[in-house]
Unconditional design. Structure first.
Length: 325
């Protein structure tokens, strides 16, 4: 009976995930969701502000509480050169603001927002502007990974533009354990000394390139995580899964890997209890802080990663309205 319940639960979760990912592409729904009384506080839990200025107080609070931060100015899949250039300019303008305020000069970038669909030379031009600005501030830029069709292009951009930051700062990339190719990519990045953030993956991918079952994604995650912890350059363990977090800590202690050799990364507003526990225990935690008006696709994919988050967020909002945490 337990096996049957798990099977049914798995089917329900996959259906919910497909629905939520489908809704993430219906941006007109986001325009309505922005004004719905229940949705507004749910979005505010995930997105620190619709502008960098309105997000700065949240970044200040995180720093005061002992967290590191990475800023993501939301946006993706731009369709015009003007929009891509404007997105790059927003990052270039944000970097000196973060530096002047004494916050981490650490940003996360999506290539589809930088004009990936508009040609390789164009996207490199925009990313180069951001990396040059980050390097001038001694900062760090992370190139986020999108669906599997962008994997080769993303890795190529990181490798080709990394020399721009050779004098100061660095650039890293994200790998997704859901993709079957990730162990091979991880080995190549380890050899190159490129910093990796490891996540599970939030995109709906074909079975030919990705594991369809959560158990396989989790097993792949743990295997790659251990390789990165052993030989990677300051890897980022990006997960909210207690079991994987505990495995990472146990592995670090077993292998004598100190907190100075890796960090955990988690999303703004997600598992704040776990984030705070890790900081209390002396582990490094970087919070990925989204800002910007283009929050809807991001918000929906966060729900799709774990459909139970829909109920979790609704209950959290109700608790906070009653004065609880």
């Amino acid at each position: 009976m337990t096996r049957v319940r798990r099977a049914i639960g798995g089917v329900v979760e996959r259906v919910m995930r497909a629905i939520l990912l489908g809704l993430s592409r219906r941006r007109f729904i986001g325009r309505f969701a922005k004004w719905m009384p229940l949705t507004r506080p749910m979005v505010a839990r995930f997105v620190a502000g619709e502008t960098l200025e309105t997000a700065l107080p949240a970044l200040d609070r995180l720093k005061a509480a002992g967290f590191r931060t990475s800023v993501d100015i939301l946006g993706e899949a731009v369709e015009s050169e003007a929009a891509a250039r404007a997105a790059a300019a927003a990052y270039v303008a944000a970097i000196p603001v973060l530096e002047a305020r004494g916050l981490d000069v650490n940003v996360s970038i999506k290539l589809s927002q930088m004009g990936l669909a508009l040609g390789p030379a164009f996207v490199r031009e925009n990313v180069a502007r951001i990396l040059t600005a980050a390097s001038a501030a001694g900062g760090f830029a992370r190139i986020d990974m999108e669906d599997h069709t962008a994997t080769d292009a993303t890795l190529a951009v990181v490798r080709e533009l990394r020399p721009l930051m050779a004098g100061s700062g660095d650039v890293g990339v994200v790998l997704q354990s859901a993709l079957r190719r990730t162990p091979r990519d991880a080995e190549e990045l380890i050899a190159a000394g490129i910093r990796v953030r490891l996540c599970k993956g939030a995109y709906r991918e074909p079975v030919s390139v990705a594991y369809p079952d959560k158990a396989d994604v989790d097993a792949a995650y743990v295997a790659v995580m251990k390789r990165l912890m052993d030989d990677g350059t300051f890897p980022a363990i990006a997960t909210h899964d207690d079991r994987i977090v505990d495995q990472a800590i146990a592995y670090a202690r077993e292998r004598g890997i100190g907190p100075d050799r890796f960090e955990f990364q988690m999303l703004f507003g997600v598992r704040r209890d776990l984030q705070e526990r890790l900081v209390r225990e002396g582990w490094g935690v970087r919070v990925y802080v989204p800002t910007g008006s283009q929050w809807y696709p991001y918000f929906m994919r966060r729900l799709a990663e774990r459909p139970a988050n829909v109920v979790f967020l609704a209950l959290s909002v109700l608790r906070e309205r009653r004065g609880g945490r």
